[in-house]
Design a protein around this ligand. Structure first.
Ligand SMILES: [Zn+2]
Length: 337
């Protein structure tokens, strides 16, 4: 086959773009050892570095077929503007998921109060950025912060993104502090609505998955990162049977390849169930595009284009191209601008 095929662009609903620099480092350490390496990289970020490096990584995302990105950002307000400028320079649709961080991590991540965080959000919105609210996690935000952030997001119908249930230790700490699990705490504090996206939910139990389903919240699954960090994998069949919406993210950006994220998601589901086609091709594309856009509050985002003459599509009949892209192609099938 010759020529090319235009498709709606993929939506990367969860990225920490500075972490692109970490691939291959901390290769032998556990999640918490990797996190120490990540914190050191975060500490060294400046607006100039973000402006330069994010442009290069956003270019890689576009070249891989992602035409929109949700930047889950905890590096400071000046760096948020730098990230937005980098995205504008390459033409990727950009949503800043501005992070609230009360405790832990690095001093530079933290606001001194939840009202300082809200003031930052208002400044960024007033400057014209498309902004969502991102209480980092139940580790980083106490219940009173979550309540205030949930109320602000609801009042203005803004996206709310939050990490939850990535690692068992986070669940143990939440149980000890609050007597409930992370997604239960999000529900209790008004942070679980149809505008919420929970990142990972790897270790969510049945009642937590029920809460996601009844609230209409989505899960952003980041399979290549979850594999790289040894998090575990999504309970895909239990998510599917409850009808919980899914979207995808490149997260740590060790890999930038939407085809691979979607293939991994379906691969996990097949390994868990012993069945093929747990998610249909159409469903996987919807997770990778429309549902990601919805999670970011985006109504429009650019298209992408794949090379029908690429070796990975050799011998594939035209009607099988969409499924073949997910089954057997990498991001190099995308036509570069
Ligand atoms: Zn993340």
């Amino acid at each position: 086959m010759a020529g090319s095929l235009r498709l709606p662009g993929f939506v990367n609903a969860h990225s920490h773009t500075f972490q692109r620099a970490l691939r291959g480092s901390a290769a032998g350490s556990d999640f918490w050892g990797w996190r120490d390496t990540m914190l050191a990289a975060a500490e060294s970020q400046t607006p100039a570095l973000v402006r330069e490096e994010y442009e290069l990584t956003y270019r890689e995302m576009l070249d891989a077929g992602y035409t929109a990105v949700g930047e889950f950002h905890y590096l400071g307000v000046a760096e948020a503007h730098a990230a937005a400028e980098a995205a504008a320079a390459v033409g990727i649709a950009f949503v800043l998921l501005h992070v609230a961080y009360a405790r832990g991590g690095l001093l530079r991540f933290r606001q001194d109060s939840v009202s300082t965080f809200i003031a930052e959000v208002e400044t960024l919105r007033a400057a014209g950025l498309t902004v969502g609210l991102a209480p980092h996690s139940v580790r980083a935000c106490p219940a009173d912060w979550l309540e205030e952030i949930g109320a602000y997001a609801a009042a203005d119908s803004l996206p709310l993104h939050v990490h939850a249930d990535e690692q068992p230790k986070e669940i143990e700490e939440c149980l000890a502090e609050h007597g409930c699990r992370p997604i239960e705490l999000l529900a209790r504090t008004g942070c679980l609505t149809a505008n919420t996206t929970v990142i990972h939910a790897t270790h969510a139990d049945g009642p937590e998955l029920d809460l996601l389903a009844s609230s209409g919240a989505a899960i952003c699954v980041c399979p290549t990162t979850e594999a790289d960090l040894g998090d575990g994998f999504l309970p895909a069949e239990r998510v599917r049977t409850r009808g919980i919406p899914l979207c995808i993210g490149s997260d740590s950006n060790a890999r930038i390849d939407p085809f691979e994220e979607l293939r991994e998601l379906e691969g996990i589901a097949r390994r868990q169930t012993g069945r093929r086609g747990v998610f249909s091709t159409d469903e996987l594309y919807e997770f990778g595009r429309e549902r990601g856009a919805r999670a970011l509050g985006l109504e429009a985002w650019p298209e992408t284009e794949v090379d029908l003459g690429h070796a990975s599509l050799r011998g594939v009949e035209a009607q099988h191209v969409p499924a073949a892209l997910l089954a057997g192609c990498g991001a190099d099938v995308v036509v570069r601008e």
